[in-house]
Design a protein. Structure first.
Length: 243
């Protein structure tokens, strides 16, 4: 289906009041790398185009299991958790067979990236990246390690709360979403300029919920995090959330 199809969906406008500003002064590095000019809208024919943006055939059987997909000589250290939820469109309908990608720090609060020089240990059995496809109900599921907090130098004694990055394309370029998921009850949320940069009435949409139903007995605690790609209840974007 292309942009000229008479059956293409009409995407609802984004509710920009739900998203963080591109430039949030309290997040100091965003001041240096955020756009200063108005955004250029995409043509309708482009934003509504349905097009492949990844190769689903390249998914591996362990891509969703971050406790095993990079294991070399044992299991990664830290608290095992299950993260699951549904991906929904602006009408509350499930987005089926769409790619969900995540990346995160390890239990000590360090990323496997040369730019991360935090004085915390790397885990030889943990890469911190995974992906999966949603099922026919729009549901995804990851088994991973709960990420640790880390210092990030934004201000005196600044620590980022534990979080997981999510990247989704949905069915259309206009549904592209990059966001972060946080954990309930984290005291660092009240001190974090990135989380606080999201409008107050939408911050709860970025916080997962402890889920006994998703918990795997004797193995991993469960957290639920639904993601809405567009519309009035859209999950806030990561416009200011780039670390």
């Amino acid at each position: 289906m292309d942009g000229s199809s008479p059956h293409r969906p009409v995407l609802t406008p984004r509710d920009w009041r739900a998203h963080p500003p591109y430039r949030h002064p309290e997040y100091k590095s965003s001041v240096l790398r955020s756009p200063t000019l108005p955004l250029i809208p995409l043509r309708d024919a482009l934003k509504n185009t349905q097009a492949p943006v990844y190769g689903a055939q390249s998914l591996g059987p362990l891509d969703h299991d971050l406790t095993r997909n990079a294991a070399r000589n044992g299991s990664p250290l830290g608290e095992r958790i299950l993260v699951t939820g549904r991906v929904l469109d602006e009408y509350g309908k499930p987005v089926r067979n769409t790619l969900v990608e995540i990346w995160q720090a390890n239990a000590a609060g360090r990323y496997v990236h040369k730019g991360d020089q935090h004085d915390a240990p790397l885990d030889p059995n943990f890469l911190g990246a995974g992906r999966c496809l949603t099922d026919n109900e729009g549901r995804y599921r990851f088994l991973t390690i709960k990420p640790g907090a880390y210092p990030w130098g934004n201000h005196n004694n600044a620590w980022r709360p534990g979080h997981i990055h999510f990247s989704l394309f949905g069915d259309y370029f206009g549904s592209r979403l990059v966001t972060q998921m946080y954990f309930p009850g984290d005291p660092l949320l009240a001190l974090d300029p990135i989380f606080q940069g999201t409008p107050a009435h939408c911050r709860d949409l970025l916080v997962s919920h402890f889920s006994p139903e998703a918990t795997q007995e004797g193995h991993a605690l469960g957290y639920a995090f639904d993601i809405v790609l567009r519309g009035a209840l859209q999950t806030p974007t990561e416009q200011a959330c780039r670390r």
